[in-house]
Ligand binder design. Structure first.
Ligand code: SF4
Length: 451
């Protein structure tokens, strides 16, 4: 390995005024993983985190003098990722530019731009490290690039070459992740009132295949989880009382969860946890869920998605509304916290908006996360409806914008009903004290005017 200087950009979520700063801010776990591997390989690495740093980007380029700049992100961050590449080349065409991350895995062709040199599609951090090392050589041999998992690079004639991608075994990641960035800014990282909040990942992908979901396509669609003892030890080593398991579905296999509980007990770990899980798993494994609450699981984030069965069938969720109700009753009975994720569908009638509010009110749900249905590039849903998209501005893929024509009303009427629903849910939750740490007038102004 020939060491070089690498700047890793933790791309901001948005540059509009409607930001989740102070409400939801995640530790940049993927960036920290890259940082760990690259520094272990001898590179000099700096993380640039524009949401938490005051320093301007060009100032950082000047002060740090990177040989390679890397940025990643999800779909709504793509314009910012590309902007960083453009500004990098404007600053110095000699700096190598690389994009990667979850969007890039399946949507790499959208990232083909004059100012982008490489695209990393695999979760294997060794790919970026190898690309960085190659930059120090007088001439880069094509066969060396062709050997790198999932890499997209330019051929001699300027066209793009796309290496085959294979699933990455998450157990090959370093056991110890350098979280100095988290510790430095830990007062910022939060999910609502949970702060500071450290992130851990157990697995790539998901064993379920919901038609709207991109996460299940991660890692070539192969669900690979960490060794359970190792995962428990990783949690033990994190200096944070609250742990956010970022897998979009942590509750996959009862045997695995049972072993995880045993390891947490064996190691005597006392922390609070938040995780995502499916309604059907919770209902089918009540004793395990009870045990999870006993070892510190405080909140479960569950995608109920809809209050009518026809929508659940449309999403292929394989649950019925009655299951959601049973799940809510059960979690309440064991005093487990719940974040309910709901989809605002563009097929909604005016009555559907009202029904969703009534349903939430009747169930006395404290936290509801309403998302406008968003076809994510790479999913079967996107392929089906991309001809109907109202915009191609990726910044609007933030679950608060209407991307498809509403079936029963105009776009302004849909936004009006959506805004009313969100505000009603917010004020309902305030009655339970759920958002009392938030400056409500400021948040509402940001929500209504800042987008
Ligand atoms: S269960 Fe959740 S993470 Fe898994 S495919 Fe469905 S929506 Fe995606």
């Amino acid at each position: 390995m020939n060491p070089t200087r690498i700047l890793l950009i933790h791309t901001e979520e948005t540059r509009t005024h409607f930001r989740s700063i102070g409400i939801v801010e995640n530790e940049p776990l993927d960036t920290e993983i890259l940082y760990t591997v690259l520094t272990q390989d001898g590179h000099t690495v700096r993380i640039y985190d524009p949401d938490r740093e005051q320093t301007g980007y060009e100032q950082v380029l000047s002060a740090f003098a990177p040989r390679l700049v890397y940025a990643d992100g999800v779909v709504k961050q793509v314009p910012y990722m590309l902007d960083y590449m453009k500004r990098t080349k404007a600053y110095s065409p000699r700096i190598t530019t690389v994009l990667g991350g979850i969007f890039a895995e399946h949507n790499y062709a959208y990232l083909y731009a004059d100012t982008v040199d490489y695209i990393c599609r695999s979760y294997d951090p060794a790919v970026l490290s190898a690309v960085a090392s190659l930059q120090t050589e007088p001439e880069i041999q094509t066969d060396r690039l062709e050997a790198l998992n999932g890499l997209c690079f330019r051929k001699g004639d300027g066209s793009w070459a796309e290496n085959t991608i294979t699933p990455y075994d998450i157990n090959c990641l370093p056991r110890h992740i350098d979280r100095s960035h988290f510790y430095r800014y830990q007062s910022c990282f939060r999910l609502l009132r949970h702060n500071p909040l450290a992130c851990v990942r157990f697995a790539y992908s998901c064993s379920h295949k919901c038609t709207f979901c991109y996460r299940t396509m991660m890692n070539c669609g192969r669900y690979i989880h960490k060794d359970i003892q190792r995962f428990a030890e990783e949690i033990q080593a994190v200096r944070s009382d609250t742990i956010y398991i970022v897998d979009d579905n942590f509750l996959v296999d009862p045997a695995v969860i049972s072993e995880f509980i045993a390891w947490i007990r064996r190691l005597g770990i006392r922390k609070n946890y938040i995780c995502y899980g499916r309604c059907d798993f919770i209902l089918n494994n009540k004793e395990l869920i009870r045990e999870l609450t006993q070892i510190g699981f405080r909140y479960f984030i569950v995608g109920f998605e809809a209050v009518r069965d026809n929508y659940l069938e449309k999403y292929d969720k394989k649950i019925a509304v009655e299951d959601s109700l049973s799940c809510i009753r059960f979690l309440k009975s064991i005093h487990a916290g719940l974040y309910a994720m709901m989809i605002i569908d563009t097929d909604f009638t005016a009555g559907d908006f009202t029904s969703m509010y009534r349903w939430v009110k009747e169930q006395e749900l404290e936290y509801v996360i309403p998302s406008i249905i968003t076809p994510l590039p790479g999913t079967p849903m996107y392929d089906r409806c991309q001809k109907d998209l109202l915009t191609r501005d990726w910044r609007k893929w933030d679950y608060t914008h209407v991307l498809l024509p509403p079936a029963h009303m105009s776009v302004p009427a849909f936004y009006l009903r959506y805004h009313i629903l969100v505000l009603r849910l917010f004020f309902l939750a305030r009655r339970y004290g759920s958002y009392d740490f938030i400056n409500a007038p400021k948040l509402i102004a940001r929500f209504l005017l800042g987008r």
